[in-house]
Design a protein around this ligand. Structure first.
Ligand SMILES: *Cc1c(COP(=O)(O)O)cnc(C)c1O
Length: 388
C-alpha cells in the first residue's frame, strides 16, 4: 500500500504521510475512522476487503501499517493492550514451547508468563540476559522463543541485541524484542535480526496517556498471517476508536521523542551532580556502564531514567510528599512528566528478595520525562530534593 515516493523516505516522513489523503470516498486528508462492526457483502459470495471488525478494520490497518513501516516489519497486529500483543506470541510456538525471558522484564509480562506457565501452555526460564553463562545454559535446552527487553525497567540496563539475537537463532529459537521503552524512533530490533517486535502502544507510540493498546510486529508475511489469525481467534484486536487515537498520537512521535530525550539528558546531568543523589541510571550519561552499547544500538538515549537517593526510603517519602509538576503515577512515555517509586508501585508485586536481586532498592525513583520546559522540570526536582 505504501506509495512509491515513500519508499526511500525517512521514518520521520513515513510516520506522517502513511494513510494521508487516501480516502477514495471524499478525499479526506486525514484517514477517517470506521466504527462499523460489520461490512456488507456486494452480493452472494462477494465479500469486500472487510466483513467483521474483530478480524479487520480499515482504521486499524492504517496504524498497523505505520508501526510495521517504522519497525521495518512485514506487518503488525494491533491489539487491545501491550500484554495482549505479548500473549499472541506464545500461541503458535512449535514443539516444547519453551520461552526464555529476562529476569527483570516488565511486571505484567512476568505475571502473564507465569500464568501461561501454570496453565501448561509454555515452559519458562528467566535469566539475567547480561550473564553470558546463564544465557548459554538456558539456550542449551530446546527453546522456542527468546524474549528480550532493552533498556530494562527501572534500572535502564541494556542487552546487546546483535549478540543475543544471533545466540537465540543459533539455538533454533525465534527472538522477540519488547521495544516499548525506546519506541521505533530510537531502536529498530528487526535491523538486528529480531523475528518479532512488541510494543505497548500505550506508551510512546500513542504518547498522550489516553489509550491502552499494543502491537505485534512480524518480520515475515507468514507470521503476519499467523498472528492476525490468532488476534481474530482470541478476540485480542484493538477497538477502532483506540486505533484512531493511536494513529493521531504516533504522527508526532519523532518530534516528541527528540524533545523528551533532550530534556531527559539535561535532567540526568543535573541529578548526577546533586548532593542528595547517590546514582543516576540513564544510558545518555557517560557514567552508565553500557553508554557505548547504547550509542551503538540505539538512535538516542530515550526519556526514561531512574535515580537512587542517598537518604533511602525516608528521603523518597520527603521527595514524593513535596514534588510538584511531576505526577506520582505509573506508566510512561506520555507528554506529561511522571515520577514513580518502583519498590512500592510498579514493582510492588515482586518479593523483597526479588526486588533486591533486580537492584530495585527502597531509595530508587523512576522518571518519565515529558514535554514540559526542562528548566521547569529541573526547578521542580530542585524544590523536591531540597532538605533530603
Ligand atoms: C506497559 C508495558 C507493557 C504492557 O503494556 P500494556 O499496554 O500496559 O498492556 C509491556 N512491556 C513494557 C516494557 C511496558 O512498559
Amino acid at each position: 500500500m505504501t506509495k512509491d515516493y515513500l519508499k526511500d523516505a525517512s521514518l520521520a516522513t513515513k510516520v506522517i504521510n502513511i494513510g494521508i489523503d487516501s480516502d477514495p470516498a471524499h478525499g479526506a486528508v486525514m484517514p477517517p475512522i470506521y466504527l462499523s462492526t460489520n461490512y456488507s457483502f456486494e452480493g452472494f459470495g462477494k465479500k469486500r476487503t472487510y466483513d467483521y471488525a474483530r478480524s479487520g478494520n480499515p482504521t486499524r490497518d492504517v496504524i498497523a501499517e505505520v508501526i510495521a513501516e517504522l519497525e521495518g516489519g512485514a506487518g503488525s497486529v494491533m491489539t487491545a493492550s501491550g500484554l495482549a500483543a505479548l500473549d499472541l506470541l506464545w500461541q503458535d510456538l512449535p514443539g516444547k514451547k519453551r520461552v526464555i525471558a529476562p529476569h527483570d522484564c516488565y511486571g505484567g509480562t512476568q505475571r502473564l508468563l507465569n500464568a501461561r506457565h501454570r496453565q501448561g501452555l509454555i515452559d519458562l526460564t528467566y535469566v539475567d540476559q547480561n550473564d553470558e553463562a546463564a544465557v548459554r545454559n538456558a539456550l542449551a535446552q530446546p527453546t522456542a522463543l527468546l524474549l528480550l527487553e532493552t533498556p530494562s525497567n527501572p534500572l535502564m540496563r541494556l542487552v546487546d541485541l546483535d549478540k543475543l539475537i544471533a545466540q537465540g537463532h543459533a539455538a533454533g529459537a525465534k527472538v522477540a524484542v519488547d521495544n516499548t521503552f525506546l519506541s521505533p524512533a530510537l531502536q529498530n530490533p528487526i535491523a538486528f535480526g529480531a523475528d518479532f517486535v512488541v510494543h505497548s502502544t500505550t506508551k510512546y507510540i500513542n504518547g498522550h496517556s489516553d489509550v491502552i493498546g499494543g502491537a505485534l510486529v512480524c518480520t515475515t508475511p507468514e507470521d503476519v498471517t499467523t498472528y492476525r489469525w490468532w488476534g481474530n481467534c482470541l478476540g485480542s484486536t484493538a477497538p477502532a476508536f483506540d486505533n484512531y487515537m493511536t494513529l493521531r498520537g504516533v504522527r508526532t512521535l519523532f518530534v516528541r521523542i527528540r524533545q523528551q530525550q533532550a530534556s531527559a539528558q539535561a535532567v540526568a546531568e543535573w541529578l548526577e551532580q546533586h548532593p542528595a543523589v547517590a546514582a543516576v541510571h540513564y544510558p545518555g550519561l557517560p557514567s552508565h556502564p553500557q553508554h557505548d552499547l547504547a550509542r551503538r544500538q540505539q538512535k538516542g538515549f530515550g526519556a526514561m531514567m531512574s535515580f537512587e537517593l542517598k537518604g533511602g526510603l525516608d528521603a523518597v517519602k520527603a521527595v514524593l510528599d513535596r514534588v510538584d509538576l511531576f505526577s506520582l503515577a505509573e506508566s510512561l512515555g506520555g507528554i506529561e512528566s511522571l515520577i514513580v517509586h518502583p519498590a512500592s508501585m510498579t514493582h510492588a508485586a515482586m518479593s523483597p528478595e526479588a526486588q533486591a536481586t533486580a537492584g530495585i532498592t527502597p531509595g530508587l525513583l523512576r522518571l518519565s520525562i515529558g514535554l514540559e520546559d526542562p528548566v521547569d522540570l529541573i526547578a521542580a526536582l530542585d524544590r523536591a530534593l531540597t532538605h533530603t
